[in-house]
Design a protein around this ligand. Structure first.
Ligand code: NAI
Length: 254
């Protein structure tokens, strides 16, 4: 098999969270591989910027201003793809609070965006793939938090653990139709999310995270985008129900 396995020409991808960070890097890379990329996000200026960047590189982008927690709005946006070959459900939010201080509304919001938003995207994409007999690829966004836990990570980690369960369950249900479903679980990636989360302490946190990696650095959005491209493309034709961990090796006991 040649590098053609990464060629996405004539394929249509839908990327949530495409206005920023990892989602934007994924949208750009999928477009560079030849896909028409439908970009979805709440952040309209960021969305326009991603679409403009894709078009400036000669690619095709279709922006959708949509909240992933709005099932009807998301359905309309995914249906605009007509025949989605790839769904990358990347949109998410960070939340940190100790278990004893976690409020119902925090848990609800994080589960709504980080779990239900991914669930809706998977459901809408899988329905269309099944209807059109597309042997598609769905990529969900988990996190290294599912492996490690950590102080404050209750809501975020619970939502990401639910994403892993969704990924494995859906993979078994749609696999017989040739549809693959895999998750990525990145380590610490330098994005606006991590900048906001550790406002004022980025250098200290990044140095700590980099020390935990045998590679001695934190991740960049492109590191995750390459994992998503692999899972989205035919290069990963025998991969389903898997969790791919672009994390610089941080989880290894070394
Ligand atoms: P980011 O904050 O740069 O990008 C997240 C994007 O999701 C933003 O464009 C935001 O507008 C969008 N979004 C948030 N809520 C939305 C909603 N309800 N509807 C539509 N769009 C919405 O964050 P980053 O770091 O790029 O994160 C992307 C994904 O990667 C998230 O799911 C995050 O949990 C996950 N992740 C990030 C890691 C990191 O270290 N940055 C590590 C592991 C996972």
């Amino acid at each position: 098999m040649a590098v053609d396995a990464y060629d996405l020409t004539a394929r249509t991808a839908f990327v949530t969270g495409a206005a920023s960070g990892i989602g934007r890097a994924c949208a750009l890379l999928l477009a560079r591989a030849g896909a028409t990329v439908h970009c979805a996000d709440l952040d309209l200026p960021g969305l326009d910027e991603t679409a403009a960047q894709i078009r400036a590189e000669g690619g095709t982008a279709v922006p959708h201003h949509v909240d992933v927690t709005d099932r009807t709005g998301l359905r309309k946006a995914v249906e605009a793809c007509e025949r989605p070959h790839i769904m990358a459900a990347i949109a998410g939010i960070m939340h940190s609070s100790p278990v004893l201080e976690t409020r119902d509304e925090d848990l609800d919001r994080v589960l709504d965006v980080n779990f239900k938003g991914v669930l809706y995207a998977c459901q809408e994409a899988a329905r269309l793939m099944l209807a059109h007999r597309i042997r598609g690829s769905i990529v969900t966004m988990a996190s290294g938090a599912v492996d490690t836990g950590g102080p404050g990570l209750l809501c975020y980690g619970a939502a990401k653990a639910a994403v892993v369960q969704l990924t494995k369950t859906l993979a078994t249900e749609v696999g017989p139709h040739g549809i693959r479903v895999n998750a990525v679980a990145p380590g610490w990636i330098r994005t606006p999310m991590t900048d906001r989360h550790e406002a004022g302490a980025q250098d200290r946190i990044e140095a700590l995270m980099a020390r935990r990696s045998p590679l001695g650095r934190v991740g960049e959005p492109e590191d995750v985008a390459h994992a998503v491209l692999y899972l989205a493309s035919d290069a990963s034709a025998f991969m389903t129900g898997q969790i791919l961990r672009p994390n610089g090796g941080v989880a290894m006991p070394w």
